[in-house]
Design a protein around this ligand. Structure first.
Ligand SMILES: *Cc1c(COP(=O)(O)O)cnc(C)c1O
Length: 354
């Protein structure tokens, strides 16, 4: 049984909506009028509330500020042509947040609490969901330790937040990527599968270095041999070789992306051969040289599909097949978009209506 929890609502009397260009919002800079907060203390989530979006007051000794005791999620709400608000696979994000919490010694946010708080927040800020083609409302749930204590141990208190903000149509340009063979994003036994702050902070230095060399993103390789493809900074990686869709297994070191899973499901639906297995850089380079690599792309909530046009490995830039002619990934992108905006049948029950 799912209990309905009481959420206190304090409305924002000074809506900023009129000052925002909903057609062209700047990603990550504009936030909706309200945010959700719940506090965890003495073994339970309490004081569930929706309040005006605003700054937090935090002790300088807050453990998260020092030791990155923080986890997050990212998902989107879309407005369909009837004005209804649809969220893509939110239950999967709720489940993944629980997995991240477990690894980081945090109390889980129950799926019902996640779903109900997100639903109430979106109902209140529904006018912030843009309607122009390709736009959406980005939803950022996150959880952090709150003890004002600088000793290293699991916190006794936590907060769970949801903030949202409109995002413009994401026209993702094809990217140039560099295979990273020195730095490591995640090692076996580490935290690679969790969406936890430290993973992203630690990835900045190698990513900035690659950007200075002219590459948009990295292809991370395994920590042990730097021989196998892992993933990209915030995207999983998929390849089409000889008409087979190949991707590394989402395990210990690779984040279990919901976009990745959705694309694998669509591929299997249409009878395409799918392989989730280790894939070496050597195999990729050979497939490129033999003309057998047809497509290479990243998959994640931000861009859905980010086409890879150039792949750099060991001093060589390999130009990949023309993006416009990539029939599989372009079709996955199109199908996923149509499902999200409620334009075609949602066979898998992925769309959650607010
Ligand atoms: C969020 C994320 C992804 C993509 O996950 P989606 O659920 O598809 O958005 C992939 N890799 C990393 C490291 C991520 O943080």
């Amino acid at each position: 049984m799912v209990e309905t929890m009481d959420i206190r609502i304090e409305k924002n009397s000074k809506s900023k909506l009129q000052q925002v260009d909903l057609e062209n919002p700047v990603f990550g800079k504009v936030y909706s009028d309200h945010m959700f907060i719940a506090d965890y203390e003495n073994g339970e989530w309490k004081d569930l509330r929706i309040v005006p979006y605003g700054d937090l007051q935090i002790s300088p000794a807050n453990t998260t500020l020092h030791y990155a005791s923080t986890i997050f999620e990212g998902l989107k709400a879309y407005r369909d042509r009837n004005g209804e608000i649809l969220v893509f696979r939110p239950e999967a994000n709720a489940k993944r947040l629980i997995k991240s919490a477990e690894r980081m010694c945090m109390p889980p946010v129950p799926e019902a609490l996640f779903m109900q708080s997100m639903t109430e927040l979106l109902k209140l800020d529904k006018d912030w969901v843009p309607s122009a083609p390709g736009t959406s409302l980005y939803i950022r749930p996150f959880q952090m330790a709150m003890d004002p204590y600088i000793g290293i141990k699991p916190s006794q208190t936590y907060s769970f937040f949801i903030i949202t903000g409109p995002v413009g149509a994401y026209y993702s340009q094809p990217v140039k990527v560099k295979v990273e063979k020195h730095y490591t994003r995640a090692a076996a036994g580490g935290t690679g599968f969790a969406k936890t702050g430290g993973n992203y902070a630690a990835a900045l230095y190698p990513a900035v270095k690659a950007q200075k060399e002219g590459y948009d993103q990295l292809i991370w390789t395994d920590a042990k041999e730097h021989a196998y493809v892992e993933e990209s900074g915030t995207m999983n990686l998929l390849f089409v070789i000889d008409d087979v869709l190949v991707t590394a297994p989402a395990g210990d070191t690779i984040l279990n992306g919901i976009t990745r899973d959705s694309i694998l499901t669509l591929a299997r639906d249409q009878g395409m051969k799918v392989e989730e297995r280790r894939i070496s850089i050597k195999e990729i380079v050979q497939a490129i040289e033999q003309g057998r690599l047809q497509e290479a792309f990243g998959a994640g909530t931000a861009a859905t599909v980010a086409q890879i046009k150039t792949l750099h490995n060991d001093g060589i830039d390999y130009e990949l097949p023309d993006v416009a002619g990539r029939k599989y990934s372009n079709q996955f992108l199109d199908t996923l978009n149509k499902i999200r905006y409620g334009e075609i049948e949602d066979k898998h029950g992925w769309v959650y209506k607010i």
